[in-house]
Design a protein around this ligand. Sequence first.
Ligand code: ADP
Ligand code: MG
Length: 570
Amino acid sequence: MATGNINVSVENIFPLIKKFLYSDHEIFLRELISNATDATLKLKHLTNIGEASVEYGNPVIEIKVDKEGKKLHIIDQGIGMSADEIQKYINEVAFSGAEEFLEKYKDSAKDSGIIGHFGLGFYSAFMVAEKVEIISKSYKEDEKAAHWTCDGSPQYTIEEHDKTERGTEIILHIAEDSTEFLEDSRINELLVKYNKFMPIPIKFGTKEETLPLPEDAEEGAEAEKITVDNIINNPNPAWTKQPADLEDADYKSFYRELYPMQFEEPLFNIHLNVDYPFNLTGILYFPKLGNDMNMQKDRIQLYQNQVFVTDNVEGIVPEFLTMLKGVIDSPDIPLNVSRSYLQADGNVKKISSYITRKVADKLNSLFKNNREDFEAKWDDIKIVIEYGMLSEDKFFDKADKFALYPSVDGTYYTYEELYEKIKDAQTDKDDKTIILYASNKDQQHSYIEAAKEKGYEVLLLDSPIVSHLIQKLETSKENISFARVDADHIDNIIKKDSAQISKLSDEEKESLKTTLTEVVPADKYTVQLEAMDSNASPFMITQPEFMRRMKEMQQTGGGGMFGMGNFPEM
Ligand code: ADP
Ligand code: MG
């Protein structure tokens, strides 16, 4: 038997990194700006704790496109690197200077917002560049600037450079197949997508700004225009602030910042803020949903230390909450792993149940503190709550106290209030309480009138998942049953009342019956000519509750919702 070492040659690894490191080539810019941000945050930290005696100032990160020279520049004013540091941090693939920094300054730097992790981000530059240069000058006075060049093969050169300002400039010589990244509009698109809320100002070109006219300006005077840096990001987005420092208007304006194309105001927001046992901040918004479950655009955005990662939060946020909008920022979500692994990750599970609990608590406090307002919003938020009740038992237990059941006349009951009201008056012969509901006020008008005439309470339950919710309630509550007003079930309560009197004479009944049996299939519907003392209609056609419900559930379940295969068990 022979043993040996598998020989990993760098020559072979580079093309692999280039091709497969990230599926999305465009993230190279996010990675390089993250490094520039880290370099600046490190300097900030070192000046804060007195380890660097330089002036921190107001550093910016600048992005420059040189279309003619086919180059893209990323320039920062951070800690910089000496030639030795470049050897150490850049030439060793998969060695993370960010992790080393966090390890070294463990206690003081844990909230510094440093982004890097795996020591691979820098090499994403080679996904779009045929050659990369680093020109860097360390913040340490006595270090000379260094110039590193590499064309994607494992060979590199390093030499002295005459750069005098502190910081790093990365120059990408954009490859033939990636010239899209020499277009201003494309770069701007990337900056807005990934870097809109990063913590250090990012400059991309300049823009004209019109100064306000002075108070004593003469009529017809021209306003003065000045050229200013075009800063593409907001370094202090609302979610990084304390809830106590924010007004309702701040939350609303942040919503517009997040979704500039969204003109509808959100109904309310939930500020997430936890640092133990995991780190998470964020703001979730309840949009006006109505009965619309398929909100594909403007989804919740996921950030890590203010860097945009994805707007696919599937597996991180419980499915029913993916209908909300807003941001979640957590360094503790292992995003480099597959989605199916995510669902099994302990941290992610804790995050998911924390978010569920916060949402339930917020809804409960809105309900308690201003019921009138909560009722007014109910139709716009019910779909999230009902879906949550179906899919998460813990949420069901909490929501059971504030979920509302509106009557056709616009009274909103909690389950308990409703049950108290009808438990004695609406029972069948087995003493089961029957909850009557309509799903469409117009179509079921005469049935509703007939039931009201009897003094029954009729709910209006019109959300697309109501048959699932009813099923859930019937199995979790004792001795109740739901019946739609046009279901034959309703007879059971009606019969308990008085004798049934028809408005029709015997002959009228006979002839109606003959006509109706010709058009109404007897195996699907029941024709009822008695007990119609409402003035609306002389007869009723009812359908077995069970049959109709099965059909509805087949339509909304199994694949109908979000295109997800499995509807929660009931
Ligand atoms: P990570 O950011 O995960 O640590 P990268 O591959 O993105 O890994 O970067 C490797 C290291 O190179 C960084 O940790 C940092 O020490 C150094 N580095 C990269 N870019 C810069 C920069 N602009 N200024 C200073 N140091 C940098
Ligand atoms: Mg990095």
